[in-house]
Write a protein that binds this ligand. Structure first.
Ligand code: SF4
Ligand code: SF4
Length: 415
């Protein structure tokens, strides 16, 4: 069992200002949830007196961390809540639905084998009705399409051989979404980094980062997978001298901050070597180590949505500043609001309406922005926004790759 390090979470430092409650997206749409102050530091005092005390409403917390960003006293409110959940559910088996939703590696491997059939079946009303009534996966939810070919397969066949020829090297933690659903994002990163002289390598072994396992209470499995990932990240950093880049804000946040906070995995020696690709590229450009040349005729109007976990890291600025370098791009920065999906949370029947209510302000602001696409660093925000607004949603790396003049960039970088 994980233990809650109280002084690390600083609940004693709560000054009861209630600022956290004003930013909580769940407390804003339902009175069923007591809000971060009460669920976090206030509730912790009760739980210390009576370890059996647990308010079931804590399960409504999205673990979005917006309360932690707002707290002026640095209280790790969401961590307090998640640890309380962990203690209260210790020894309980997760439901079949939660186990399936959380095992993205298993689902992706099976779905890739029969991608066209799986995609059609998951979109059919009868399938959705069965999943709704049998599994309690809400019938209104749209599942992301699976790819016929995994990113790893594409990489081995089309990119692996060329990577050693470059002068500089990085590793890429692609994550489940790129591997099983959307290999184009990984291909875009390879295209972008190769054009500026960087070879892109995969880790010796990679498993799902485990963010959905943690959210669904599968802590032991999450810990096993976290160990595999950190061991292989460590090999990349210490053996190969390669930093590890990602294109998912949730995978990044999970591996950097949730591994030690939620799973007790010590990643201190490699934490700073795990970075979002936009941050890495931003620094290369800022330090004038590389040059990016964009297409003269590129023209787009895109709105940027700050995903909760990138906001917690404070790294949205890197994605925004990178996209602002594209001359033909008109970038609208949206208010920082939660989209409501929070990974698998919004897929569950009991959460669906709340999930959509949380996201409604964001959907409205996207509609008012009159853009042709939305950019965000989180894949589940992408699913939620695409389903709820009908607009395409792209990762900033894909926006950069689409706007890039590859030949001119290669020349400008001496390739
Ligand atoms: S914002 Fe921080 S200090 Fe204020 S009530 Fe919430 S936890 Fe306490
Ligand atoms: S993590 Fe998000 S949902 Fe949970 S209490 Fe904090 S602000 Fe509310």
């Amino acid at each position: 069992m994980q233990t809650c390090n109280l002084s690390e979470h600083n609940f004693e430092q709560c000054t009861k200002c209630s600022i956290c409650t004003t930013v909580c997206p769940v407390a804003a749409v339902t009175t069923d949830y007591p809000g971060p102050k009460q669920a976090g530091p206030d509730g912790e005092r009760y739980r210390l007196k009576d370890p059996a005390y647990f308010d079931k409403a804590l399960k409504l917390c999205l673990n979005c961390k917006r309360c932690e960003v707002a707290c002026p006293s640095g209280v790790h409110i969401a961590d307090i809540i998640q640890h309380a959940r962990m203690r209260a559910t210790e020894g309980q088996r997760a439901s079949l639905r939660d186990t399936l939703l959380a095992n993205t590696d298993l689902l992706g491997t099976m779905a890739n084998l029969v991608a066209p059939v799986a995609n059609t079946a998951l979109g059919l009303s009868p399938t959705k009705l069965v999943m709704d009534s049998v599994m309690a996966i809400d019938k209104h939810r749209t599942f992301p399409a699976y790819s016929r070919q995994k990113f790893e397969t594409w990489y081995k066949r089309h990119a692996a051989k060329e990577q050693d020829a470059f002068a500089h090297h990085v590793s890429y933690f692609h994550g489940c979404y790129v591997n099983y659903n959307f290999p184009k994002l990984g291909q875009d990163l390879v295209k972008l980094l190769n054009a500026v002289g960087y070879g892109v390598h995969l880790l010796d072994k990679e498993q799902c980062c485990g963010v959905a396992l943690i959210a669904n209470g599968l802590y032991k499995q999450a810990k096993r997978q976290a160990r595999v990932n950190i061991d292989n990240i460590r090999k990349s950093v210490t053996r190969d001298n390669r930093v590890v880049l990602t294109t998912s804000s949730s995978c990044t946040f999970n591996m950097r901050d949730e591994y030690p906070a939620m799973l007790g995995i010590d990643n201190a020696d490699v934490r700073d070597s795990i970075s979002l690709a936009t941050k890495f590229i931003y620094h290369l450009v800022d330090e004038e180590k590389i040059k990016l040349i964009f297409k003269q005729d590129y023209k787009k109007r895109i709105a940027y949505h700050t995903a909760c976990h990138i906001q917690r890291m404070g790294w949205q600025l890197f994605s925004i500043e990178m996209m602002r370098m594209i001359p033909g791009l008109e970038l609208i920065e949206l208010e920082q609001e939660c989209c409501g999906i929070s990974g698998t949370y919004g897929f569950k029947k009991e959460n669906y309406e709340r999930s959509q209510a949380i996201g409604s302000a964001l959907f409205k602001s996207i509609e008012q922005a009159q853009v042709e696409a939305v950019a965000t660093d989180c894949e589940t925000c992408k699913w939620q926004i695409e389903m709820s607004t009908g607009l395409p949603v792209e990762n900033p790396i894909s926006v950069l790759a689409d706007a890039l003049d590859v030949e001119a960039t290669r020349k400008a970088n001496g390739l």
